[in-house]
Ligand binder design. Structure first.
Ligand SMILES: N[C@@H](CCC(=O)N[C@@H](CS)C(=O)NCC(=O)O)C(=O)O
Length: 210
């Protein structure tokens, strides 16, 4: 499945949460240090078994393997690790709370809500009206919360892109893939944020990877 380049390996698939790590690697200008391994969980049984045994017990991506060290298996943790390793895209001290807060909030709270909307609109699963309303209310709370933080600033940690934007930016990107972006329609601050990140060549290059 992957050669032995002696480099870190990032297991990725288009439009999956690996977008976060690839976009970040490009912004860090560190892509040359990482072998990208395109891997579709659930595709080939033997590949899945090997990946589950050697890399990720849940057989999900992204996963970052590091020669001589343990792998990192969470998209948020991979982004924090890479930003720390290269000492770039880190917040100014006054934004450190926003950095930790919104990075963990995105992966621990928003991702689960978006998973529901993927099931509803992407996988066409059926849910009760009550459940849909409950999750819509929760998404609104999430998007209101981040929109308030973006008042008067271009990115989550002020006017400079940091690793948290690669993590949260994926939520915005993924939202545009569901129901023609309807989830974002009441959120002008998030639409402006999306317009801003769309102008970044490394973001564009990442989402164009197929
Ligand atoms: N907590 C993990 C979640 C990873 C995850 O659910 N990845 C999905 C793709 S976005 C996956 O690999 N799904 C394949 C599967 O569940 O079989 C993270 O953020 O890294």
């Amino acid at each position: 499945m992957a050669g032995d380049s002696g480099k870190m390996k990032l297991y990725w698939y288009p439009d999956y949460r690996s977008v976060r790590a690839i976009w970040l690697l490009k912004e860090l200008e560190a892509e040359q240090d990482v072998e990208l391994v395109r891997f579709f969980p659930g595709g080939d049984q033997a590949d899945d078994a090997a990946f589950r045994k050697d890399v990720h017990p849940h057989c999900t991506i992204p996963a970052l393997t590091i020669p001589g060290d343990i792998p990192i298996l969470e998209s948020g943790a991979i982004c924090m690790y890479l930003a720390d390793k290269y000492g770039k895209l880190l917040p100014e001290p006054q934004y450190r709370q926003d950095y930790y807060n919104f990075l963990i909030y995105t992966v621990a709270t928003i991702d689960g809500v978006l998973d529901f909307f993927y099931q509803l609109y992407g996988a066409n699963m059926t849910f009760s009206d009550e459940k849909v309303q409950q999750m819509t209310d929760k998404l609104n709370v999430c998007f209101d919360f981040v929109s308030r933080r973006l008042q008067g600033r271009q990115y989550i940690c002020g006017d400079k892109l940091t690793a948290v934007d690669c993590v949260f930016g994926y939520v915005i990107y993924y939202s545009t893939l569901l129901k023609d972006g309807a989830l974002l329609k009441n959120y002008p601050k998030l639409q402006e944020y999306h317009d801003r990140i769309k102008k970044r060549p490394h973001y564009q290059a990442t989402i164009n990877m197929k």
